[in-house]
Ligand binder design. Structure first.
Ligand SMILES: [Zn+2]
Ligand SMILES: [Zn+2]
Length: 253
C-alpha cells in the first residue's frame, strides 16, 4: 500500500467519510473521496510568494518587495508569531472550516488535516490546540482545533499537549474589525501545563490577524516554551469575514 493510501485509510478511521461532499453537500461519484471534484480543485496548493511570518500569499508590489504581508509589516518584531497555513479562507476551504466548526461535520477535518500535514515544521515537540471556553466546547461537543490536532498527531507521531485553557468566552475573531480583535482575546488564555524547554505548534482552524496566536503564545512562553509556531487550516483576509450559507443543518451558533 502506498504512503498516501495509508494516510487516507488512517484519516477514514478517524473521520468516517459520508457519501456527500463535505464542503458543498452535493452527492459524490464513486471515484471521489470525501470531496467532489470541484471542491477538491479549490483545495489545490496555490503557487506564489508568501509572507515570511504568517505565510499569507503576497499580492501587492510592496508586499512582494518586502516579503511581508501588510498586517505583519505593521507589527513590531516581538509581536510577530510565525506560522503556516495551506489554504486561503475562501471557497471550499472556508466551507470545510464552517462545517467542522458550526455544523458538527467532524469528518470535514480530514481534507484539512491532510493539507496541513505538509506544513508541519520540523524539530517541534508537541501540538497544542487553541482551546475553546469550556461552555462553548460543551455546547459544540468538541473543540475543532483539538480534532485537527488529533488527526495531525496520528499522522505525524507528535503528541498533543493541552497546555492552555480559555478563561472567558470571547467573540469570534472573524466577526470583529481588526482593531477590536486584540482586546477581544487579551488575557483570555492561561497555561495549565508546564512547557519548559518545549517547542510547540499551536493549532487552530483559522488565522486572521494572528491576535489569538499572539495571546496564546505569550502564555506558552511564560510557561517555559522556547519556540511557538502556529499551524492553521486556513488564513483569512484581514477584513471581517461573513459566514457563507451552509449545505448542512447548523447545530450550534
Ligand atoms: Zn463539493
Ligand atoms: Zn504576514
Amino acid at each position: 500500500m502506498r504512503l498516501d493510501q495509508i494516510k487516507e485509510r488512517i484519516l477514514d478511521l478517524l473521520y468516517p467519510p459520508d457519501c456527500n461532499c463535505l464542503a458543498c453537500g452535493n452527492p459524490l461519484y464513486w471515484e471521489e473521496h470525501t470531496l467532489c471534484a470541484a471542491c477538491a480543485a479549490e483545495l489545490e496548493p496555490v503557487e506564489g510568494l508568501r509572507c515570511r511570518v504568517c505565510s499569507r500569499l503576497l499580492k501587492s508590489d510592496r508586499e512582494l518587495a518586502e516579503g511581508l504581508c501588510v498586517g505583519c509589516g505593521r507589527r513590531p518584531l516581538e509581536r510577530r508569531i510565525h506560522g503556516g497555513a495551506p489554504l486561503e479562507h475562501k471557497g471550499a476551504a472556508a466551507r470545510l472550516v464552517y462545517a467542522l466548526k458550526y455544523d458538527h461535520v467532524k469528518a470535514a477535518a480530514e481534507p484539512l488535516v491532510s493539507r496541513m500535514l505538509d506544513w508541519l515544521p520540523d524539530g517541534f515537540d508537541a501540538l497544542t490546540p487553541v482551546p475553546l471556553h469550556h461552555r462553548r466546547e460543551r455546547s459544540r461537543g468538541y473543540n475543532q482545533a483539538r480534532v485537527l490536532c488529533e488527526g495531525l498527531s496520528r499522522l505525524s507521531g507528535l503528541p498533543v499537549l493541552d497546555a492552555l485553557r480559555r478563561t472567558r468566552v470571547t467573540r469570534a475573531q472573524m466577526s470583529l474589525s481588526a482593531d477590536r480583535r486584540e482586546g477581544n482575546v487579551k488575557d483570555a488564555f492561561e497555561a495549565i501545563e508546564p512547557c519548559y524547554g518545549k517547542r510547540l505548534i499551536l493549532v487552530d482552524d483559522v488565522r486572521t490577524t494572528g491576535m489569538t496566536a499572539l495571546a496564546c503564545a505569550e502564555e506558552l512562553y511564560l510557561a517555559g516554551a522556547i519556540d511557538v509556531r502556529t499551524l492553521t487550516a486556513t488564513l483569512a483576509m484581514m477584513d471581517t469575514v461573513e459566514r457563507p450559507p451552509s449545505p448542512f443543518a447548523s447545530v450550534s451558533p
